[in-house]
Ligand binder design. Structure first.
Ligand code: PMV
Length: 331
């Protein structure tokens, strides 16, 4: 009988991340490498995370992937695992993957970011390999563009990169979560999976929105300014730049044909409320991704007030608060 290889089960945990300067659109034509059209800047969250266990086994005929207790039939996951195995080299067996999010999946809460970051790190570890963080960031990006950022904690800068092999389209840490502790208050206005995934929404925007080229041009300039704002911990400057990036991303999507609308009524009510708070002197700003949830970023001393204000809005189903957290880690 051939000798069976023995692989350990490895578990990784990765925090979700929220882009303050958004990534919206890809520069590689078939989108196989998820090369972003622009760089982005994000914060990694502490209390919204994915835990993923990977167990390779010679006895498996296919990969077996469980997401939040349900067996996945999404062909992209085994394809992604194949790509990791191909990069790691050698003949590697299939694996069983058990992944859980501690927050609603696919509802605009960055589950693909934490999901692919945890999956990349756990898979590499389970096959007995070790990659440095930039290489893990590149690997995570193959699963989802934003996942490249969840490899790192705190404030993270994702490079657009210029090479067509994607080796320079990776994230790097700017300042860590202890250096500038901000809080994020998330108003959940719907726990339903969104109607257009970010993947579909961005491809459609690129193909049909007359505002897309303007989005790319302005976002690149904004990224340079936002990086400087983070480095000098300038909350007001970061607030203005982040709100503009979010609104211009949505403006480009709204201008697609047909327009992509991620917001609900409660989304807009939250945005107005956050603006009022900010005008009254509260250090808070908003951002919204490809879904109806609103994320309010604030100084920790304002968290209680912001959370209360968002809870009071009709249509807000739940409010979650989190600080900033570390990058991916193996348990
Ligand atoms: O990585 P994806 O395909 O889930 O795209 C993320 C897109 C946004 O969340 C809207 C913006 C971002 O930079 O995270």
């Amino acid at each position: 009988m051939p000798e069976e290889n023995v692989y350990p089960s490895i578990t990784a945990v990765a925090g979700a991340n929220i882009a303050l300067i958004k990534y919206w659109g890809k520069r590689d034509a078939p989108h196989e490498l998820n090369l972003p059209s622009t760089g982005s800047l994000s914060i990694t969250l502490k209390d919204l995370f994915t835990t993923t266990e990977v167990s390779p086994s010679d006895g498996l005929e296919t990969d077996e992937v469980w997401l939040n207790g349900v067996r996945s039939t999404d062909p992209r996951l085994p394809e992604y695992l194949d790509r990791i195995r191909h990069r790691l080299g050698g003949s590697l067996p299939h694996c069983k993957v058990v992944s859980t999010n501690n927050f609603p999946t696919s509802a605009g809460l960055a589950s693909s970011a934490s999901g692919f970051a945890a999956l990349a790190a756990a898979t590499v570890g389970a096959y007995g390999k070790s990659l440095d963080h930039p290489a893990l960031s590149e690997l995570a990006r193959l699963g989802s563009g934003s996942a490249a950022r969840s490899i790192f904690g705190g404030f993270v800068l994702m490079a657009r990169g210029h090479l067509m092999d994607g080796s320079d389209a990776i994230a790097r840490p700017l300042i860590d979560e202890r250096q500038w502790p901000l809080d994020v208050v998330i108003a959940i206005t719907s726990e339903q999976a969104k109607t257009h995934s970010s993947r579909v929404g961005m491809v459609h925007t690129m193909a049909t929105s007359p505002y897309y080229p303007a989005w790319v041009e302005h976002n690149e300039q904004r990224l340079v300014m936002a990086q400087a704002a983070v480095e000098r911990q300038d909350f007001e400057a970061l607030a203005d730049l982040s709100e503009a990036s979010a609104l211009q991303m949505h403006a480009s999507a709204l201008a697609a044909e047909p327009g992509v609308i991620y917001w609900h009524g409660a989304t807009l009510d939250c945005i107005h409320r956050i603006r009022e708070l900010r005008q009254s002197g509260v250090a808070v700003f908003f951002t919204v991704d490809a879904g109806p949830q609103v994320k309010a970023v604030c100084l920790p001393e304002e968290t209680e007030k912001v959370s209360q204000a968002l809870q009071d809005i009709s249509g807000v189903q739940d409010v979650r608060c989190t600080g900033l957290g570390p990058g991916v880690r193996l348990l």
